[in-house]
Design a protein around this ligand. Structure first.
Ligand code: AQP
Length: 331
């Protein structure tokens, strides 16, 4: 039986965080055997907010090294850079003609990001979810493993698949989301009611996958908690709830069992142990990333081959789409 297809991506808009890792990337590796996986570095999405060109290039390469370091295997999965496959922009245009302004107006990520970037309210930031739908539909994707913050965008991709299929004829599978049960939305260590974000101006709010051991320990020990003083899992103790989710996802231990272990002890031991677990858990990824970054030729060969494989699928889908909507073939 043919394997189902999976697509996901991360923006090279900074150094990826523990949130990106636990909410998305760490789940990808386990799905590689079951699905035909396509993973992208979505640099076209990243430019919807201002980027320094040199840093954007560096971050794309770094992200590729991190994909490989966490265990994405280029022998099993297709790994490519979004801007190397122009079909993403082409399908995005077609889908944008089928997307209603009202649908995009409702997007909470647009509302949040446009507040943060009020001096750069560009059309790309507004139509970001259409490009994301194109990323997914271009590969006739069945499954999209993402963090909970992407639920609304994925819903639009599903609506557009249905709309296209209904208006023309069956073309796209309607993609399903895959959201982790624990740590689907890792929160900022400094403002536990806001999601952890790689572009947060406050470096203490997030843990980067490249942070050294001591930095991670310090950041977690300084994490904002509360004055209740009891380790328990509830919405009123957002900081502790966040650390419990991080601990659980990093170790595989259930939240109940962690709560039982630290219940009578106050926050000191719990924070210390969580910090050690994260710092040690990320060590192999950090070390492997550094090793991979020193071999630029290898990284280039991975993304070049990936683009060829991705483009072959993308071309086929786009040709089908053009035919259905009535574009005359070039011949
Ligand atoms: N805090 C989070 N918890 C769980 N999952 C998260 N993801 C992002 N933040 C969290 C998931 O990571 C994947 C890649 O995200 P992205 O790079 O496409 O953009 P984003 O969601 O906008 O992530 P950031 O870190 O907040 O980036 P910036 O600061 O550039 O906007 C997605 O699957 C996402 O769900």
């Amino acid at each position: 039986m043919e394997k189902k297809r999976l697509f996901s991506g991360v923006q090279p808009s900074g150094r990826i965080t523990l949130g990106n890792y636990l909410g998305a990337l760490s789940n990808w590796t386990t799905l590689q055997d079951e699905y035909e996986c396509i993973f992208s570095i979505v640099d076209m999405h990243a430019i919807t907010v201002p980027q320094n060109p040199k840093e954007l290039r560096e971050n794309a390469l770094l992200l590729l090294a991190q994909y490989l370091a966490i265990g994405i295997d280029p022998q099993k999965s297709t790994i490519f850079i979004q801007s190397h496959v122009p079909e993403h922009a082409e399908l995005s245009w077609v889908l944008s003609t089928m997307t209603y302004m009202g649908e995009l107006n409702r997007m909470t990520q647009y509302k949040e990001k446009s507040q943060k970037n009020s001096d750069n309210l560009n059309a790309g930031l507004f139509t970001y979810p259409v490009l994301m739908a194109a990323d997914i539909l271009l590969y006739c994707t069945d499954l999209v493993p993402v963090g909970a913050d992407q639920k609304q965008h994925l819903e639009l991709a599903r609506d557009l698949a249905n709309r296209f299929n209904h208006r023309y004829s069956d073309t796209f599978p309607v993609p399903e989301g895959f959201f982790p049960k624990v740590a689907a939305r890792v929160m900022s260590l400094q403002e536990p009611n806001k999601k952890m974000s790689k572009s947060d101006a406050n470096e203490n709010g997030f843990i980067s996958l490249l942070d050294e051991h001591d930095v991670i320990i310090k950041k977690i020990k300084r994490a904002v908690t509360d004055s209740v003083g009891i380790v328990q899992y509830n919405d009123e103790q957002a900081g502790i709830k966040n650390l419990l989710e991080i601990y659980s996802k990093m170790t595989g231990e259930s939240i109940e069992s962690i709560v039982a272990k630290y219940g009578g002890k106050g926050y000191g031991d719990f924070k210390q142990d969580t910090a050690e677990i994260v710092a040690e858990g990320l060590r192999p990824v950090r070390e492997k990333t550094k090793e991979l970054l020193s071999d630029k030729a290898y990284l280039e060969s991975v993304y070049r081959e990936g683009a060829e494989k991705a483009e072959a699928i993308a071309r086929k889908t786009l040709r089908k789409v053009h035919k259905k909507i009535g574009f005359l073939p070039r011949g």
